[in-house]
Design a protein around this ligand. Structure first.
Ligand SMILES: Cc1ncc(COP(=O)(O)O)c(C=O)c1O
Length: 370
């Protein structure tokens, strides 16, 4: 058997939508872009959605629209994709890391409080692997201190937190449509969602060269638009998202059931009431991670590590800020032990059974326990 880690969907309906947009619309800022934005806003339960050329741009332009400047501090997690923290640096602000909670792998709200100082302007929680961060606590601190909250929902399209879609809870939510995500535009793409008209208008200008009209610019903007053809594909993908997420959740349930008895394996953060994750990734933990990964790959099962190096220990962050091992122990522990197993909507029951059988075999044969 050969089982990939992820499998983006690109079917005939998407091909037709792409071709139709290419033949009948403007290549840039065509009708599909605005329709996709409207539909995505409705899906998230917010008033405005503005598309961008990537999730990274979505974060960066959101921070600019909130008026973040040099000297401002942005509190975020060191256990994420590097783009989360880079967004702060892209606007000349300082990313201030706060370690994660080992029960959720998301930023630990209890630890955030100690990081807030007079320069703090924004908190960026990440809903890692599609598991919602503890937004109530984060909102409580942010409201108390007058901070903005920008949700990095790049891995969490459709996840819910007490009935609200993630991305719609803070001041701004940012999404990525990179091909491995729960929904994609079959290329790079991103979206900013918000209920704040002023932020939405500013992001819309910033992504389009700071334009107010074709030849008039009142901001120093960027070329960071979503292409029309990608938006047309995104519209079809969005209609499938709930069904795909339902399947991901079903797969996670089966994985949990089949792996639950294995000593030495820690299962992903558990769903609890009010928290509805969407399993962008299905991630287990074991101290034999590298050996297990080799074994599974020898058996045709592609695995991933998200992420083997926490952001603070990336060479560029060490060089710029002097971070060392030991600075954020929980994130480092996760980086050393996490393993992503195949997860995509069309994964079959037989494939999951085979993967779990191989995980089981690894621990039984090698007699490895915690
Ligand atoms: C948590 C997180 N933040 C930000 C990004 C950046 O998104 P993009 O790759 O679309 O720029 C990603 C995408 O991989 C991500 O997973």
């Amino acid at each position: 058997m050969k089982i990939p880690l992820a499998k983006p969907v690109f079917d005939n309906e998407m091909k037709d939508a792409a071709l139709d947009a290419l033949q009948n619309e403007r290549f840039v800022l065509g009708e599909s872009v605005f329709k996709f934005e409207e539909e995505f806003a409705r899906y998230c339960g917010v008033k405005y959605a503005v598309s961008t050329s990537s999730g990274t741009n979505a974060l960066q332009l959101s921070l600019l629209a909130l008026g973040v400047r040099g000297d401002d501090h942005i509190i975020t997690t060191p256990f994420s994709f590097i783009a989360t923290a880079n967004a702060a640096l892209h606007v000349d602000a300082l990313p201030v890391f706060s370690d994660v909670d080992l029960n959720t792998y998301n930023i630990d709200p209890g630890a955030i409080k100690k990081k807030i100082d007079k320069n703090t302007r924004v908190i960026i929680p990440v809903h890692l692997y599609g598991f919602p961060a503890d937004m109530n606590q984060i909102l409580e601190y942010s409201q108390e201190k007058g901070l903005f909250v920008v949700e990095d929902a790049c891995q969490a399209h459709g996840a819910e937190y007490y009935g609200q879609k993630v991305g719609s809870i803070g001041d701004v939510g940012c999404f990525s449509f990179y091909p491995s995500k729960n929904m994609t535009v079959c290329g790079d793409g991103g979206m900013v969602v918000t209920n704040n008209e002023e932020i939405a208008e500013k992001v819309a200008k910033l992504r389009d060269c700071g334009r107010v009209s074709h030849y008039e610019h009142d901001l120093i903007g960027f070329t960071a638009r979503l292409n029309t053809v990608n938006a047309a594909i995104g519209r079809v993908q969005l209609r499938r998202l709930d069904e795909w997420n339902r399947k991901r959740r079903e797969h996670a349930e089966l994985y949990n059931r089949l792996l639950s008895g294995i000593e030495g394996v820690i299962l992903p953060p558990r769903e609890c009431s009010g928290i509805k994750p969407v399993y962008h990734l299905y991630v287990i933990r074991t101290k034999f991670r590298d050996q297990l990964k080799d074994w599974l790959e020898k058996n045709g099962i592609q695995c991933g590590i998200h992420y083997p190096i926490p952001i603070h220990l990336q060479p560029v962050y060490r060089r710029l800020f002097g971070y060392r091992r030991g600075d954020f122990p929980n994130s480092e522990l996760l980086s050393d032990t996490v393993l992503s197993l195949p997860m995509f909507p069309d994964l079959t029951r037989e494939e999951i059974e085979y993967i779990c059988e191989k995980v089981n075999e690894f621990f039984i044969k090698k007699d490895r326990t915690v």
